[in-house]
Design a protein around this ligand. Structure first.
Ligand SMILES: NC(=O)C1=CN([C@@H]2O[C@H](COP(=O)(O)OP(=O)(O)OC[C@H]3O[C@@H](n4cnc5c(N)ncnc54)[C@H](OP(=O)(O)O)[C@@H]3O)[C@@H](O)[C@H]2O)C=CC1
Ligand SMILES: CC(C)(CO)C(=O)C(=O)O
Length: 334
């Protein structure tokens, strides 16, 4: 192995925990930010990843306080998008000049307009625009230097099965790319790192296309899954839900194009990809079942805000957002 990386996973839940285990098992120095019973279990017995093929457990340094960690080569963000606020500014002391920050997070990212060329990307004053729905006041955008960021789209499904134990569906596909839409040695190095850890990285010089392609599924399947409590395969087998999802997909694909992007696949192909994920619970359904706040802002409010800015109609997504918002208020904690 080339020299080990010093890696911090901030939010070692389903997605972050998966990456933490794979990277630690590949010999890297991995630390994790976790909390509560999950943190206690990791400190007591390590962090474990089960997939249909194997169970792997690793020992990692774990804490609920970012001040306990030294500067890192790579910081992976495995939080829900709405959990970033208090955490992102605290990362600054952990970043050296070449540290890469990799947000493994669904939805429209807070940094979307950084280095973007769409007309909406700059304010009238020439500054990088932000979306109020995911980044009120632009505080996330100002929290860390966006030069550290590499975009990441996660094609994997997992959940925290019990404290200290992540259960995944055995898919480990990550699309990574520069927000500047260029090729870079650091993205290549990240791809090598992930491949050597048994993952399937894909490098793109059009990361926003990959973000939209993923969002086409998350903005439709995730709310429908939470509203119906159905797994992915059950949704795919229900023609009425499929019709609803196809309408929502068409809206998001149109929005992607309105922002100069290509959603990369047809509705038919996107449905097939969703079916291939298997009988899993979306992360939004997992949150609902645990009474946790739903990730509505990044999956629905942000594209709806972008739709308003671009004068693009999205009635299906508006309806899903209204229904999911009320479910969140009725069932989930703040
Ligand atoms: N799960 C999946 O299958 C997939 C998820 N995604 C996306 O990946 C991202 C992460 O989701 P997922 O892994 O499911 O989420 P999880 O809730 O499983 O993981 C997030 C973890 O971060 C912890 N956390 C949050 N804030 C803090 C904090 N301040 N200090 C310490 N720990 C903290 C959470 O703890 P606590 O539980 O106490 O809040 C939780 O353990 C989301 O954007 C999701 O949409 C993408 C593809 C698939
Ligand atoms: C639906 C799924 C698993 C697709 O990868 C996902 O992204 C999620 O659960 O949020």
């Amino acid at each position: 192995m080339a020299s080990p990386w010093k890696i911090l996973v901030v939010g070692a839940g389903a997605v972050g925990g998966t990456l933490a285990v794979r990277l630690a098992a590949a010999g890297h120095t991995v630390s994790v930010l976790a909390r509560g019973a999950h943190l206690q279990a990791i400190q007591r017995a390590g962090l474990c990843l089960e997939d249909p093929q194997e169970r792997v457990c690793v020992e990692v340094q774990a804490s609920d306080d970012l001040a306990d960690f030294a500067p890192q080569d790579l910081v992976i963000l495995g939080l829900k998008a709405h959990q970033l606020g208090p955490v992102l500014p605290q990362l600054r002391p952990l970043l050296h000049a070449d540290t890469v920050v990799l947000p493994a997070i669904n939805g429209v990212p807070w940094w979307y307009f950084h280095a973007d060329t769409s007309p909406q990307a700059r304010t009238a004053q020439g500054r990088t625009a932000h979306l109020e729905s995911i980044d009120p006041g632009g505080r996330l955008l100002g929290a860390i230097d966006p030069a550290h960021l590499v975009g990441c789209v996660v094609h994997a499904s997992a959940e925290v099965a019990s404290p200290g134990v992540i259960r995944g569906n055995g898919q480990y596909r990550y699309v990574i790319g520069e927000p500047t839409h260029t090729r870079s040695p650091r993205v290549q190095a990240l791809a090598d790192l992930l491949r050597a850890a048994g993952c399937e990285p894909e490098v793109t010089d059009r990361i926003r296309d990959a973000i939209w392609m993923k969002l086409v599924g998350n903005a439709t399947f995730n709310p429908v899954a939470a509203l119906t409590r159905a797994r992915m395969n059950a949704i795919c087998d229900n023609p009425e839900l499929v019709a609803l999802i196809r309408d929502g997909m068409a809206e998001i694909m149109g929005l992607a194009r309105a922002y100069g992007c290509d959603p990369l696949v047809s509705i038919e192909q996107r449905m097939e990809i969703a079916r291939g994920i298997g009988p899993v619970k979306t992360s939004t359904l997992q949150d609902l079942e645990r009474g946790r706040a739903l990730e509505i802002a990044a999956l629905l409010h942000a594209p709806l805000e972008m739709a308003r800015l671009a004068h693009h109609p999205m009635t299906t997504l508006q309806t899903l957002s209204a229904l999911l918002g009320e479910l969140d208020r009725q069932v989930c904690k703040a």
